[in-house]
Ligand binder design. Structure first.
Ligand code: BG6
Length: 481
């Protein structure tokens, strides 16, 4: 009744949060290289934290420092990947999810030929994983795209990006055919939360930001379907998944108006996965576009490609649940980076305001499986926390163990409910730069990295208590938590 024998236990990261080496071996600048370290994030003003203007970008682009742009230095996995992979092997990982930086392959996005040094890096990286018995799971786009495409075309607002992305993906499929699991766009729905990070859209270059976001999403759906088709043609036995931020929302009360508010939030959250898994726009979202007067340019050919090339499995991130109410002014709000919603009084929150809701993970798994009837993979789940290193170099992170224990236990119940779950990659197995705040002090790993928010530290890797704990979980295939 437990997890399947070939269950993919592992961890997940993104290139821009771990690699560093932002200007090494021909890599071009990406949108992530523009992200600044935000020491005091105001959760109520979360939109401001991800907002960047065209003029800001031009200034930041010229600044070559890494101190205030931690994603440029990451945890230097670019140079230390062998050491990291050896630790993942010791953990017993069956799978490792990472992303390929588009800017290492096509530095500006539009070159005629790819950058061989970038291809070689990932070839060696993947070989190291495979030789260590770890299955690579690759995200093609994870909050990182050539900055030039943002400046020149306003990113995914322009349909030109579709073929450029297909070209990049073709190089990846042809160069790394040993990769059998691919995800197209990380948290594709996040375009409406942080359009620059997820789609290279610069807000002050748009007339109606929300309309542009939906256009960009449409363009990504088309690109995703085209590369799904391509992967199926080029790699025998390949599995391609979509990737959704699962934002499970409960009504704040049983008042029907609150239930309606929660229903609408959940439907909005599902719509991107609906398009990619069912091959069609939900009629309710088309009605919403109409009501809002949004004119999304979608051709019959594009809709056909979407229809004919649905994903093989659904992957998602799950961190927290939220509350919705008819009148949100009356709700106490809580925020996790760019996600904001009502705070559930029954749940604890982390230092960064994310509610901890393991049962919400079981609910999410059941809902997703019932809705799509396709295999599921949890590709992100974890807890950002401050860690303390004791004098003897140990890190006692019982809180993290407790977080994972409770979530994996609910995940197991969902499997017993009948959900077809094929893998679980924690976010993140090793400390990395936070996507939302660019902090190092928001730590997720089983492996500690000696680096602070301003980049001081030796970058040494240390095992936390959770390391041994997760190792045992994998060893017993989730039977002993
Ligand atoms: C997900 C992203 O939204 O959340 C990751 O896919 C990110 O890239 C993770 O790191 C946790 O968020 P944060 O802001 O704490 O890094």
């Amino acid at each position: 009744m437990g997890f399947r024998k070939d269950f993919l236990w592992g961890g997940a990261v993104a290139a821009n949060q771990v690699e560093g080496a932002y200007d090494v071996d021909g890599k071009g600048l990406s949108v992530a290289d523009m992200a600044t370290y935000k020491p005091n994030v105001d959760v109520k003003d979360y939109k401001k934290n991800v907002h960047i203007t065209y003029d800001d970008i031009l200034k930041v682009k010229e600044d070559k420092s890494t101190k205030f742009y931690p994603k440029r230095r990451g945890i230097d996995q670019y140079h230390r990947y062998k050491e990291d992979i050896a630790l993942f092997k010791e953990l017993g990982f069956k799978a490792y999810r990472f992303s390929i930086a588009w800017t290492r392959i096509f530095p500006n996005g539009e070159e005629d030929t790819p950058n061989q040094a970038g291809i070689d890096f990932y070839k060696n990286f993947i070989k190291e994983l495979v030789d260590s018995g770890i299955e690579p799971i690759v995200t093609l786009s994870h909050y990182e795209m050539p900055l030039e495409l943002a400046l020149k075309y306003n990113g995914w607002a322009d349909k030109k990006l579709i073929n450029l992305f297909v070209k990049f993906s073709r190089v990846c499929f042809e160069s790394f055919p040993e990769v059998k699991y691919w995800l197209t766009f990380n948290e594709i729905d996040s375009v409406t939360r942080h359009p620059f990070t997820s789609a290279g859209i610069i807000e002050d270059r748009t007339k109606n930001i929300e309309e542009v976001e939906y256009q960009a999403l449409h363009n990504q759906f088309v690109a995703s379907a085209m590369v799904t088709k391509l992967a199926h043609e080029l790699i025998p036995g390949v599995q391609v998944g979509c990737m959704l931020t699962k934002l499970t929302t409960y009504p704040a009360t049983s008042k029907p108006e609150d239930v309606l508010a929660a229903l609408n939030k959940n439907l909005m959250n599902y719509y991107c996965a609906d398009v990619q898994a069912k091959g069609e726009y939900p009629k309710l979202i088309l009605a919403y576009f109409k009501r809002m007067g949004y004119r999304i340019d979608m051709t019959k050919e594009e809709l056909d490609v979407i229809k004919e090339n649905t994903v093989d499995f659904i992957s998602f991130s799950y961190y927290m649940s939220l509350l919705a109410a008819e009148d949100e002014d009356g709700l106490e709000m809580t925020a996790g980076n760019t996600i904001i919603g009502g705070k559930n009084p029954y749940l604890k929150v982390t230092d960064w305001g994310w509610t901890v809701d393991p049962v919400g993970l079981r609910i999410s798994l059941i809902e997703l499986y019932d809705r799509y009837q396709k295999p599921l993979m949890i590709v992100e789940n974890g807890m950002g926390a401050k860690d303390e290193v004791t004098k003897d170099g140990s890190i006692h992170d019982e809180y993290r163990i407790e977080y994972f224990r409770s979530h994996i236990s609910e995940m197991k119940k969902a499997v017993e409910d009948g959900v077809e779950l094929i893998g679980y990659t924690s976010w993140a197995p090793i400390d990395l730069v936070s996507a939302g705040t660019s902090q190092m002090s928001k730590r997720y790993g089983f492996i500690y990295v000696d680096e602070d928010d301003e980049g001081n530290g030796t970058l040494a890797r240390l095992k936390k208590d959770s390391f041994t704990w997760y190792q045992h979980v994998i060893e017993t295939n989730g039977e002993e938590l």
